[in-house]
Write a protein that binds this ligand. Structure first.
Ligand SMILES: *Cc1c(COP(=O)(O)O)cnc(C)c1O
Length: 358
């Protein structure tokens, strides 16, 4: 008798439920922090030409040298820092976990945080410790320092701004954490384009700091490209774990092309930030809604005592609007929904649907 899967697959994997992606056909999709704007037509035409001529029968450049040069320029990456590319930053989180996953090693983050930190810790057979944020979603530095002393984490992930809360933590508080961790700290700047703040200047100060970025939230989610930036001592080791051709040729060519027009995505990010301010104002003016400050391209809000978040979520869905229901995912997120900033028309449809759902 051959073994059954549940006799072979690790129990912690059997216990997982797969990452749930909501069906969104025909919906106003405001659940996944995507940039709502397409690329301008002339640029799309150039991309079509690139795709047509790409040598798809060949493996891509495994080192993605041309793309990296472009990225270094576009992101103003310090010349003494190394860069590693991932198939999205999710893949980089996984590579990092694999690299440090000694028996008994722990991943640490805050709670609530990006769910992949915990999930990937489990994939890699590592323990996970989450330090609760305060009720206003600020960083509890003293609690974090105590948890670090107790768990001695091999790796700490801090999203800056944080997802799903949207806020930036106090940067000096994060630096204190970096200085007290025996392992490495990854500051995940997935929402950098909307934040006007970065740890990139602190790379020089902290030898155990790595910085992660992605092009997903900026407008290229479909291409899957993430970056890790840090000292060669770290990155040269991590490069050994990167699968040889993890960034496909179309991603390399198209990102290179788009970065030749840096104003395009920057202008879209500017529009999104402008819309964010308007959307925030409209939400804050609604009776019975509590809105939390944001430095990202999404807004977290609480439906309050009068309305159950789950009911509002279902009503929005019935009206064709998809947001993220966070109620039940963490005690601090009781009755919380998260909406991605869309186009002016999408935001107006969302607000109309929300008003009708309250
Ligand atoms: C969306 C998100 C990511 C994942 O980005 P990909 O590059 O698309 O894999 C990573 N970190 C945070 C905090 C995110 O919100």
């Amino acid at each position: 008798m051959p073994a059954l899967p549940d006799q072979i697959i690790r129990p912690e994997i059997l216990a997982l439920s797969a990452y749930h992606v909501q069906p969104a056909t025909g919906m106003v999709k405001l659940d996944a922090m995507e940039n709502p704007y397409p690329l301008p037509q002339p640029l799309r035409d150039e991309i079509a030409g690139l795709a047509a001529d790409a040598p798809l029968n060949r493996y891509p450049d495994g080192s993605a040298a041309a793309l990296k040069t472009r990225l270094r320029e576009a992101l103003a990456i310090p010349s003494d820092m190394e860069v590693m590319l991932g198939n999205g930053s999710d893949e980089i989180i996984q590579t990092l976990a694999l690299a440090v996953a000694r028996p008994g090693a722990t991943v640490m983050s805050v709670e609530p945080a990006f769910v992949m930190f915990r999930m990937i810790a489990t994939f890699a057979g590592m323990g996970y410790a989450g330090v609760p944020l305060r009720a206003d979603f600020s960083l509890d530095v003293e609690a974090a320092l105590a948890a670090i002393a107790r768990h001695r984490p091999a790796i700490v992930f801090i999203a800056y701004p944080n997802n799903p809360t949207g806020n930036l933590f106090d940067a000096d508080g994060v630096s204190r954490i970096i200085e007290s961790v025996p392992g490495v700290v990854v500051v995940d700047e997935a929402y950098h384009a909307f934040a006007d703040a970065s740890f990139i200047d602190r790379l020089a100060r902290h030898p155990n700091l790595l910085l992660m970025r992605t092009l997903s939230k900026l407008g290229l989610a479909g291409l899957r490209l993430g970056l890790l930036i840090g000292r060669p001592e770290w990155l040269n080791q991590l490069e050994k774990l990167r699968l040889p051709y993890n960034v496909g040729i179309l991603t390399q060519l198209i990102v290179e092309k788009v970065l030749q027009h840096p104003d395009v995505l920057q202008e879209q990010a500017r529009l999104i930030k402008q819309e964010r301010t308007l959307l925030y104002g409209h939400l804050a003016a609604l009776h019975g809604i509590e809105v939390f400050p944001t430095n990202a391209n999404f807004i977290l809000f609480r439906t309050g005592r009068e309305y159950e978040a789950g009911t509002v979520f279902e009503q929005l869905k019935r009206r064709g609007i998809l947001v993220k229901n966070l109620d039940g995912s963490h005690p601090l997120l009781k009755n919380c929904l998260r909406v991605t900033v869309g186009t002016p028309a999408e935001n107006a449809r969302f607000l109309d649907a929300l008003r009708a759902s309250l």
